[in-house]
Design a protein around this ligand. Structure first.
Ligand code: PLP
Length: 416
């Protein structure tokens, strides 16, 4: 590939994008919810079932060995992709939500005590709020929130510094907001948090698919991600954890694979990462996640990021000219702090109506609270927002058609 990515060429790798929706070519602008899958990922799943479907770890026969090797190989690929040192640091789970809950239920269960503080932020997805609320309720711990800045664009540095001085036991923070696209400087935040004695978890659901990420450089203790947002199937995600921390944690589930020995009244746990993967895994999902990583690496994550920046600036310029339309989050002058997610409101028109008109144009966008009720309802004081989110298969034409759809919404609802 050249110095930049060619979304028209990439679109051809995604079978679903050849389809029509409501008689119009499908334009998919909901990748923050889940990404589409390239043919190579779909073929990897078929290949597994057609050629080497077998349970991993135990089989002393060829196809079981192949399945085991490819499953482990996918962990090596993912570890390399996110800058982890070893595949043993990669625990496969269903998704980001499960990764965060695993930490809350294991690390949290033994490390959070009555009166301890857990620091999160006002821009978190519910999956990085509720597990901590559940833990706090059980333990009598306190949840503090890093506040949004006065423009509601990013987090307030002052609020972060104020909160971190209270010496929370844990900082659990999103890398990129799924509502605003705002990118948090998790590397600096981690450094400061660790100086104050906190363990740090980063929710990478919206960063890993869209930009180069290196967990080692960030310096965090835990990092959560979802495969389905980065071209892989649903039902596979990962928790990265530092070896010493993972070693010190109790397993969440008991059963096959997570043990070394079982007697009538005792057991010993398996080595990492298997200690946390009880029972038969999502084998094809793991292997297909490896194929998704290969696909993204071939393109290059810096190019993915540059492409999304270009599309976002292009879209923001057009959207800012539309009367009655308000974009939430950073403006184009702050594009370095913003990913390819654009939430907006359009006069008093309900986002569900906006979404329905987009649908008639063949465009898939999201409307709602985006699983971030404290931010959308608590801070922005709106019931719902419309959200467009970009990925490697989107081009400027997708933005142009979206602008036509917005103008059509205005006409239908007779808004000047
Ligand atoms: N965190 C963020 C920032 C997200 O955007 C999402 C999903 O949209 C999640 C966590 C939860 O991801 P999953 O539903 O795959 O567990």
């Amino acid at each position: 590939m050249g110095s930049r990515i060619d979304p028209d060429k990439i679109k051809k790798d995604f079978p679903i994008l050849k389809n029509k929706m409501n008689g119009k070519p499908l334009i998919y602008l909901d990748s923050a919810a889940t990404s589409q899958k390239p043919k190579i990922v779909i073929d990897t799943i078929t290949d597994y079932y057609e050629n080497y479907n077998a349970n991993i770890h135990r089989g002393i026969y060829k196809i079981a060995e192949t399945a085991t090797e490819r499953y482990i190989e996918s962990k090596r690929k993912l570890a390399g992709f996110i800058g982890a040192e070893k595949f043993e640091e990669i625990i496969y789970v269903r998704n980001t939500t499960e990764a965060i809950n695993l930490v809350a239920l294991t690390w949290g269960a033994s490390n959070i005590k009555k009166g301890d503080r857990i620091l999160i932020s006002e821009m978190e997805h519910h999956s990085n709020i509720v597990p901590w609320q559940m833990l706090a309720k059980k333990k009598g711990a306190i949840i503090d929130y890093i506040k949004m800045d006065k423009n509601g664009e990013g987090l307030s540095d002052g609020s972060f510094l104020e909160q971190i001085e209270k010496e929370p036991k844990l900082l659990a923070i999103t890398h990129v907001s799924n509502v605003l696209g705002s990118i948090n400087d998790v590397k600096s935040m981690t450094k400061i948090a660790k100086k104050n004695g906190a363990t740090v978890l980063v929710d990478g659901a919206q960063s890993v698919p869209h930009m180069p990420v290196n967990v080692n450089e960030i310096g965090c203790d835990f990092f959560a991600l979802s495969g389905h947002k980065m071209l892989a199937p649903t039902g596979i995600g990962a928790l990265y954890g530092k070896m010493d921390l993972l070693d010190s944690m109790e397993p969440l589930f008991g059963g096959g694979d997570m043990i070394k020995n079982v007697g009538f009244d005792s057991y010993t746990t398996n080595d990492l990462p298997w200690k946390f993967e009880a029972g038969t895994s999502n084998i094809e999902g793991g292997i297909a996640l490896g194929a998704a990583v290969d696909y993204l690496e071939k393109i290059g994550m810096q190019k993915v990021r540059e492409h999304e920046k270009e599309l976002t600036v292009y879209a923001l310029e057009k959207l800012n000219k539309i009367k009655g339309l308000k974009v939430f989050g950073y403006g184009k002058e702050n594009i370095e702090k913003r990913g390819g997610v654009i939430s907006f409101s359009l006069d008093k028109i309900h986002p569900h109506d906006v979404s329905a008109v987009f649908d008639s144009f063949g465009i898939a966008i999201r409307a709602g609270h985006h699983c971030a009720m404290p931010l959308v309802r608590g801070i922005f004081k709106v019931g719902a927002l419309s959200r467009m989110s970009f990925y490697i298969y989107n081009n400027k034409r997708d933005v142009d058609v979206s602008i036509d759809a917005i103008n059509s919404v205005k006409n239908i609802f007779k808004v000047k």
